[in-house]
Design a protein around this ligand. Structure first.
Ligand SMILES: Cc1cc2nc3c(=O)[nH]c(=O)nc-3n(C[C@H](O)[C@H](O)[C@H](O)COP(=O)(O)OP(=O)(O)OC[C@H]3O[C@@H](n4cnc5c(N)ncnc54)[C@H](O)[C@@H]3O)c2cc1C
Length: 438
């Protein structure tokens, strides 16, 4: 049954690519969308539903952006990017996945444990970690709301062993050292129970791009938005003119200058982009020679956490694939050293969690920091820049719209937020184009 659905969705993805190849040179359209990730796909679907024409220009040779389910390397699905549909109660992709017949597996952070030398840690229980998290939440709500923003990490200056695990969770969630992340930017984000699409997030996203007009291998290098009549996107593919543009390129790529705006973006927008830097989160997936049935969904190496080596080991539902999530400075250092260093670190985590209970049969590692069309994992907000997400999400001269996971959304930094922001940008553009919006 699972394979049937995966095959069906993969077929839909091929249809979208086929359409792109046949599209030929487009010279005029209502809206140009830059980027065929979650936000771009959502924007294109919304515009199509409103009867407007749109073209998605995508730099890569595939759709999905950071959402990518790899099936070739490990003989099983490995989500190199997003894996969870966070906060199932409000996530807009949950009903879409259900409509598409995709199975959704329950997931909960309460199913975790800290380990040392192959056994449950004697120093820290998961109950104590969850307790530290609820106490922190309560304290922020009761005592600290309204205080000046500060680094998330500074809210726990002298952590207990259990609080070090809370900092570890923050590092994984935000993709950076909690000492560099804004407390306010973290606190506004919605959190709740998660779901996992059983076909993989990348496959789900690919299926949602069915029949959309995507032009692959089309990196936009310059976007001119000064003309009274609209915008022009340029690249090696030529030029495409439109009345509006929705830009869904990650903030790290925008900050790098790889996509030039003519005229330059307003200072407020550029400053907002610079204050929404990409964090780092790399994954090392390890397939074991046999399942380890007793492992929880989240397994953490206590001794590594106590030394500030932040990580999480994510255990697959069948307990045979363990994926190390490595955030922040550690991830940057290991990425610079190369894949063997990253894999050796993941192995040291695994060893402290399961002891010598199993062998790794196959492994695969990501390198999002070196991916020119991502340049990192997802964008956090720097300290003292509470307005950055709002300013980034504001249309510019009713012509240029930024949308993506950096947008002003309670599900920012996730696929749920990117989906909603893409849809919102499309609605705003459509309103200005006088489309009939219900
Ligand atoms: C390791 C990792 C784990 C994650 N885990 C989760 C998770 O479990 N759950 C969750 O909800 N989120 C997770 N995320 C975050 C999630 O992947 C993003 O929030 C979401 O995919 C962002 O979608 P987007 O459309 O905004 O951006 P993207 O997916 O990055 O899409 C932007 C698109 O623009 C294209 N592009 C870039 N430059 C150009 C150019 N010049 N011209 C044309 N096209 C261009 C890119 O190729 C890309 O396709 C994770 C991310 C990573 C990296």
């Amino acid at each position: 049954m699972l394979m049937d659905r995966r095959a069906a969705l993969a077929g839909l993805g091929v249809a979208a690519i086929g359409f792109a190849a046949r599209a030929g040179t487009v010279t005029d359209t209502d809206v140009i969308i830059i980027g065929a990730g979650v936000a771009g796909i959502s924007a294109a679907r919304a515009l199509k539903a409103l009867g407007l024409s749109a073209v998605i220009l995508e730099a890569r040779d595939r759709i999905g952006g950071r959402a990518l389910t790899e099936t070739g390397t490990l003989g099983r699905a490995f989500d190199r990017g997003p894996y969870w549909l966070h906060n199932k109660a409000t996530n807009p992709l949950v009903p879409l996945a259900r409509q598409a017949g995709v199975g959704l597996l329950e997931s909960s952070y309460s199913d975790g444990a800290a380990f040392d030398q192959g056994s449950l840690s004697r120093d820290v229980t998961w109950k104590a970690v969850l307790g530290a998290a609820s106490t922190w939440e309560l304290r922020q709500r009761l005592l600290l709301t309204g205080l000046k923003d500060r680094p998330l990490g500074a809210t726990i200056p002298n952590p207990t062993p259990a609080q070090r695990h809370l900092k570890n969770i923050w590092a994984v969630e935000m993709g950076d050292d909690p000492d560099r992340v804004s407390r306010d930017g973290y606190y506004v984000l919605e959190a709740g129970e998660d779901l996992i699409p059983d076909i993989g997030m990348g496959s789900l996203v690919q299926g949602l791009a069915r029949d959309l007009p995507v032009r692959l291998n089309s990196p936009v290098t310059r976007l001119t938005w000064s003309e009274a009549h609209g915008v022009t996107a340029e690249g090696a593919f030529g030029q495409i003119r439109a009345r509006k543009a929705i830009v869904t390129v990650p903030t790290g790529v925008l900050a790098s200058g790889a996509l030039r705006f003519d005229p330059a973006l307003p200072v407020a927008t550029q400053t907002a982009i610079n204050n929404l830097p990409m964090g780092a989160l790399e994954k090392v997936a390890m397939v074991l020679d046999r399942p380890i049935p007793d492992l929880p969904e989240y397994a953490i190496s206590n001794s590594h956490v106590q030394q500030g080596q932040y990580h999480a080991l994510l255990v697959s539902p069948d307990k045979q694939m363990i994926t190390a999530l490595i955030p922040g400075p550690m991830s940057r250092r290991l990425s610079a050293e190369g894949q063997p260093a990253m894999e050796a670190f993941a192995l040291s985590l695994l060893k402290n969690v399961i002891g010598s209970a199993a062998r790794v049969q196959a492994s695969a590692a990501t390198h999002w920091l070196g991916d020119a069309f991502a340049l990192g994992s997802y964008p956090h907000q720097t300290v003292g820049h509470a307005d950055a997400r709002r300013i980034y999400s504001q249309p510019i001269e009713d012509r240029l719209f930024f949308a993506g996971d950096a947008g002003d959304d309670p599900l920012a930094i996730t696929v749920g937020g990117a989906w909603r922001q893409g849809g919102k940008a499309a609605q705003s553009a459509a309103r200005l184009l006088n489309a009939r919006i219900r």
